[in-house]
Design a protein around this ligand. Sequence first.
Ligand code: XMP
Length: 482
Amino acid sequence: MNVRPEMGLTFDDVLLVPKHSSIRSRSAVDTSAWLAPGIKLHIPVVAANMDTVTETRMAIAMAQQGGIGILHRFMTVSRQVECVRKVKRAENLVVKDPIMISDQATLFEARVRMADYDVSGLLVVDDDKRLVGILTSRDLLLTSDSEKVSVKSVMTPRERMIVASADETVESARERLHAQRIEKLPLVDENDHVVGLITAQDIIKVQEHPDATKDGEGRLRVGVAIGVRSDDLQRAAACVEAGADVLVVDIAHGHSDHTLGMVEKLKQRFPNVPVIAGNVAAAQGVEDLASAGADAVKVGVGAGSICITRVVTGFGVPQLTAIAECAEVGRRLGVPIIADGGIRTSGDLTKAVAAGASTVMLGSLLAGTDESPGASVVRQGRRFKVVRGMASLTANVDRRRIDRNDSIADEEWNEVVPEGVEAMVPYRGAVSDILYQMVGGLRSGMSYAGACSVEELWDKAEFIRITPAGMHESGAHDVNLV
Ligand code: XMP
């Protein structure tokens, strides 16, 4: 039997030893880290590509807070593309392609369009795409029989609108919007063709989220998960075209020929788009994925809260050892490591980063928030949300349904060998509140280590192994909690 001499450790097996610190305030530490070369996050947190965690709302919220969300792949390509578009459109100093509607359309069509794109106003254009008016949700209030009423009859016409040219600065736009008490400023060329839009909402949002994760055009960043089938190349192409900032090849056993092959193909086809690959749990996996071209590697096999891979297959590496081993290689090769799975507290987050991860991926911790997909349910007076492993029974069945765009036969349920479970997590409110607590804990942790930056934390961290008694001592104990 081939047995490694060293023991595999995870979060509860260790603590970090406090070190001399010159840090006076938690706000003095810099939590920024590289997700992948070219993409720096203000906070080292990534929302997992799970269908109970990251769709449009989560991706927007994560990027606004300085992290990033990875859109899951268990949806049609067109839906994933739509999610990418919505994130890219969510916070934009200048909207380059504002949502428009023809002046021939009905108010009913306008309502549908506003709901589809989640916008409060539409620019109205004629057949030559020239601006002829603006329609806002206020114009739609109390209108009846909206299938018969035309947009033209209720819009604010062009002659009563304030517009600006393409070279309008944000500062001047802000003044204009304020002076005229208007919310939207369309940008037009000399022929009245629409070339952009600046909205008061966007200016406010930008001020509210100074640390947001943004691309070169000031749009929020977003990642997309893809698989390794041949049609996943088309998925990747469509998402990149829509503005996706990073591709995540996400396979349970990422140290495999098909993942390596996919990474190579993606790097050939999209040399300028960072590719993250995973999941792996040992050094050789990082080595091989990096050789194939991966820009960052996701680490964690069976560590997730909803994973039963280790029980079903017998495979996995305790997460802290996996992170430390992979990070050693990652650091040597300049490949950031994303610690994926098993993080329950800010202490776990700090340990993951201290062990060498650049960022951490969170699943069930974020699944209970307002921004995760799905509604909350009340059980015995308490509010919960559902989280499920992407290899769980129902996720597997739903995936087959989506692939075929059809129902599946009853006997197919038995063909699934699940490696994940469905569960409920407590409802936790806004994702910004969770992140505040998580990152607050990391900041404190960094000050205990005397580390001003993530890189310094890697260098200064010293772990000590603890016994179950040490673990018991670490939580609240021997008191009655109120
Ligand atoms: P947490 O602990 O944050 O973990 O909820 C999230 C990570 O778990 C992984 N994941 C799975 N692993 N079976 C598994 O073995 C599954 O069904 C499954 N679904 C998600 C994934 O890496 C995620 O980011």
